[in-house]
Write a protein that binds this ligand. Structure first.
Ligand SMILES: Nc1ncnc2c1ncn2[C@@H]1O[C@H](COP(=O)(O)OP(=O)(O)O)[C@@H](O)[C@H]1O
Ligand SMILES: [Mg+2]
Length: 245
């Protein structure tokens, strides 16, 4: 099972939108995929699961519920492990219990693999606490979504320095060669200029344009594929998904 985290230590750049759409695309291509909401804010869960969350990822980690109890079917091909945002306990669990359970995510991913999942897609919060470090440490790959702004280049450098520390601490190599340049509007000169700057870095760059359908499908609690099968951003998501297969 391939474990992929969508992470950058910045909010509002599209981590949830991109991870949720890639997870949905992998699933519709016939890959058995589970999407895990690891952001205590729960945006991915409100997008795909709405209000109906009985057991969440924190319950599984704290062994109050089994994985089978927490997994929800978003549609026939996509499964999700949601998080309860309001009144939820993921943040508290990470702050008080993760240290004593350093292998918690390793065990969770072993259990997911045993259920036959081929891809586990993790949506992360923009903080850089022990929770995000532990998720990244267990991942095969981290993909960085960025918005086309000048400061995003600094963000990538800061992330890379932290990633190297995690790799040293856990003695493993974590793939990090893809950037998703999200919300690009080619009619803005500064976006074109930023694209030029970012292309000089040694990453594969995937571009997703500004697309109102992305925000709309979240309000409708649907994947972009179900909500807007002709959306202009789907081409970018297709290239990114193909690169993961
Ligand atoms: N390509 C895009 N075009 C237009 N709006 C987008 C795009 N990507 C994300 N959004 C919107 O931007 C906001 C922030 O995206 P989100 O995925 O929640 O970011 P993050 O998870 O990094 O905080 C959301 O309202 C989302 O619907
Ligand atoms: Mg998010």
């Amino acid at each position: 099972m391939k474990k992929i985290c969508f992470y950058i230590q910045k909010g509002g750049v599209g981590k949830t939108s991109v991870s949720g759409t890639v997870a949905a695309n992998l699933a519709r291509k016939g890959k058995k995929t589970v999407y895990l909401d690891c952001d205590p804010q729960g945006n991915a869960s409100s997008w795909y699961c709405g209000e109906t969350i009985e057991h969440d990822i924190a319950d599984v980690l704290a062994r109050r519920a089994t994985l089978a109890q927490a997994i929800q079917a978003v549609n026939p091909s996509l499964s999700m492990v949601p998080v309860v945002a309001i009144g939820g306990t993921l943040k508290e669990w990470a702050e008080t219990k993760l240290q004593q359970n350093p292998k918690a995510f390793e065990f969770l991913s072993q259990d997911l693999a045993a259920l036959g999942f081929e891809f586990a897609i993790y949506d992360c919060s923009p903080s850089f606490s022990q929770l995000e470090r532990a998720l990244i440490a267990d991942a095969d790959e981290v993909i960085n979504p960025l918005s086309p702004e000048f400061f995003s280049v600094d963000g990538i450098e800061i992330f890379l320095a932290e990633l190297r520390k995690i790799e040293d601490a856990y003695r493993r190599t974590i793939r990090n060669d893809k950037i998703v340049l999200n919300m690009v509007n080619k009619s803005f000169a500064r976006h074109r200029e930023f694209q030029r700057v970012i292309q000089k870095l040694h990453y594969h760059i995937f571009t997703i344009p500004q697309d109102a359908k992305i925000a709309e499908c979240q309000i409708a609690h649907q994947s972009l594929y179900d909500y807007a099968p002709g959306a202009k951003s789907l081409e970018g998501f297709e290239s990114l998904t193909s690169a993961l297969l």
